[in-house]
Design a protein around this ligand. Structure first.
Ligand SMILES: [Zn+2]
Length: 283
């Protein structure tokens, strides 16, 4: 198995929204803001080459949204999904599986492209796209709180093309064994049935922490995003997940941390904390 970091670019979000009730004086030490109180966040995907399979986990915001939408998100950085795939010698057509942790636009926007004629089609022609039944239903009939994050054009073409597959949660175990050969944790605090992949890699485990622990600044358990729809559920899920990762020597891969790609954990008197900051290439 080989893993590759796929940087799809950076965007900006309000620092306060990213840290909920935590005061700026605390979170701004590690997350500097611009003059509008916005912080820079990565949209970092992970590519898994495993035998005949090439699995892409999440794919950023994509390139099809109108300026009117994008003006709120200040995209920056000189990389994108396709430049990062080609840097490692791959193209979109090589991808066999697209694993979507959840369908918020900053995680799944690259799933779909806009054609010259203005219609939408899937970006990965040869891939199965993986979600789960409950999250798909949740995203396609969104509540008013999350409505702005679930964009129909990001997922309708996946269903219409017949490329959609579901992973079914194993209700008897903490992790679900998926048909992709990777384990999956289902969590409900950030949104309904977000899926967190846990990958066995060269004798070590890596969890793609997605929006359960979006940056290393979110490791302290009460540091929750305002975006979470069930914050008290997030609190419990995160504590359990961090303890599991610490006890099982699982590294965290941060999708949204602009500075830290991978972290190891340690236990302290205050709870589980970041130990070392690493790059995937150092494993
Ligand atoms: Zn999200």
């Amino acid at each position: 198995m080989q893993l590759y970091t796929i940087d799809t670019g950076y965007f900006k979000l309000d620092g306060g929204a990213m840290f909920g009730v935590v005061p700026k004086v605390l979170w701004s030490k590690t997350n500097p803001t611009d003059e509008n109180n916005l912080c820079s966040w990565a949209m970092r995907s992970l590519l898994i080459e495993d035998g005949d399979r090439l699995i892409l986990i999440d794919n950023g915001i994509g390139e099809k949204q109108e300026d009117n939408f994008l003006k709120h998100y200040y995209l920056h950085g000189d990389v994108n999904l396709h430049s990062s795939l080609s840097k490692h010698g791959f193209s979109a057509d090589d991808v066999t599986d697209v694993f979507l942790t959840h369908l918020h636009f900053d995680h799944c926007g690259g799933s779909v492209i806009k054609t010259g004629g203005g219609s939408f089609e899937t970006a990965f022609k040869n891939a199965k796209y993986w979600s789960n039944k409950d999250h798909w239903a949740w995203a396609t009939s969104p509540n008013k709180r999350e409505g702005a994050s679930f964009l129909k054009e990001n997922f309708s073409p996946i269903l219409e093309s017949g490329q959609l597959s579901y992973i079914e949660k194993d209700v008897n175990n903490y992790l679900t064994e998926s048909p992709l050969g990777i384990d999956v944790l289902f969590v409900d605090g950030h949104t309904e049935k977000q899926m967190i992949p846990v990958i066995d890699y060269r004798g070590q485990k890596i969890a793609f922490a997605a929006d359960l622990v979006p940056t290393c600044g979110h490791i302290p358990v009460p540091y929750l995003m305002s975006y979470d729809v069930r914050p008290l559920v997030s609190l419990d899920e995160k504590e359990k997940f961090l303890n599991y990762c610490h006890e099982n020597d699982v590294f965290l891969f941060f999708e949204h941390d602009a500075f830290v790609e991978l972290g190891s954990l340690e236990n302290t008197a205050r709870g589980v904390r970041l130990n070392n900051k690493l790059k995937l290439s150092e494993l």
